[in-house]
Design a protein around this ligand. Structure first.
Ligand SMILES: C[S@@+](CC[C@H](N)C(=O)[O-])C[C@H]1O[C@@H](n2cnc3c(N)ncnc32)[C@H](O)[C@@H]1O
Length: 191
C-alpha cells in the first residue's frame, strides 16, 4: 500500500484481528520476515521509503509463504499521523534508523521528541517501543528524548510482542565494523 491519508482497516487488510506491530524503516526486510515467522500470532506492518528494499521483502514473503506481513511505501511519520488510529498498536519497532551524524542534519533524525510522542500516542496502553542503533551519538539522543517522553516508561511487564531481535541486514555491517549496538525498550504507561 502507498502511504495516504486514510486510516488503515487492519482487520480487512490482514483478514483477521490480531495484535498490530509497526516496523519503521524495514530496509530489505530480512529481520521483518524472520520476526513474522517467529510471531505468527501478530499482524506485522512494515513501512519503508526505499522501494528496492520493499521489493526484496515482497519477494521473500512470496518465497516463504509468509501471510502476516503487509507493507507500506512512504514516510513512517505520515503513516503514524494519518493511517494509524490512536491507541491501536501493540508494538513499534525502529531498528537502525539513519543516524544523520552531522549536527546540521540532526533535525532529519526520525526519532525527534515529537516522533516519540506520536509513537506513544499510537501504542495501546502497555504497548512497546523497541529501538536499536549502532551509532553512539544517536543512542545518547534516543535515550535522552525517549526517557523524556512522559507517556513512555521502562518496561517492567509482559507484552505479547517478542523482544528478541534477529540480526538485521544493517546490523550485520555494523558488527563487522566493530560498532556497539544499543537497544531500548519502552512501554506506554498503562493509565
Ligand atoms: C539504516 S537503514 C536500516 C534498515 C533495516 N532496519 C536494517 O536494520 O537492516 C534505515 C532505513 O530507514 C528507512 N527510513 C528512513 N526514514 C524513513 C521514514 N521516515 N519512513 C520510512 N522509512 C524510513 C531508510 O530508507 C532505510 O532503509
Amino acid at each position: 500500500m502507498d502511504v495516504g491519508d486514510q486510516l488503515i482497516d487492519t482487520t480487512a487488510w490482514f483478514g483477521r484481528d490480531a495484535p498490530r506491530i509497526l516496523e519503521i524503516g524495514c530496509g530489505t526486510g530480512t529481520a521483518t520476515a524472520a520476526m513474522a515467522k517467529a510471531e505468527p500470532h501478530v499482524n506485522l506492518m512494515a513501512v519503508e521509503v526505499y522501494r528496492p528494499g520493499l521489493a526484496q521483502l515482497l519477494a521473500q514473503i512470496e518465497r516463504d509463504n509468509i501471510t502476516n506481513i503487509r507493507v507500506l511505501r512512504g514516510d513512517a511519520v505520515e503513516v503514524l499521523e494519518n493511517m494509524v488510529a490512536p491507541s491501536s498498536l501493540t508494538g513499534v519497532r525502529v531498528f537502525f534508523p539513519d543516524p544523520w551524524p552531522k549536527a546540521r542534519h540532526h533535525k532529519r533524525r526520525l526519532l525527534q521528541p515529537e516522533t516519540f510522542a506520536l509513537i506513544a500516542s499510537r501504542l495501546v496502553p502497555g504497548g512497546v517501543l523497541h529501538v536499536a542503533t549502532d551509532h553512539a551519538d544517536y543512542a545518547e539522543w534516543i535515550a535522552e528524548y525517549g526517557n523524556a517522553e512522559p507517556a513512555l516508561t521502562a518496561l517492567d511487564w509482559e507484552s505479547p510482542m517478542t523482544h528478541e531481535r534477529p540480526v538485521t541486514k544493517f546490523e550485520d555491517k555494523a558488527h563487522r565494523a566493530g560498532s556497539a549496538i544499543n537497544e531500548f525498550i519502552w512501554g506506554r504507561i498503562k493509565s
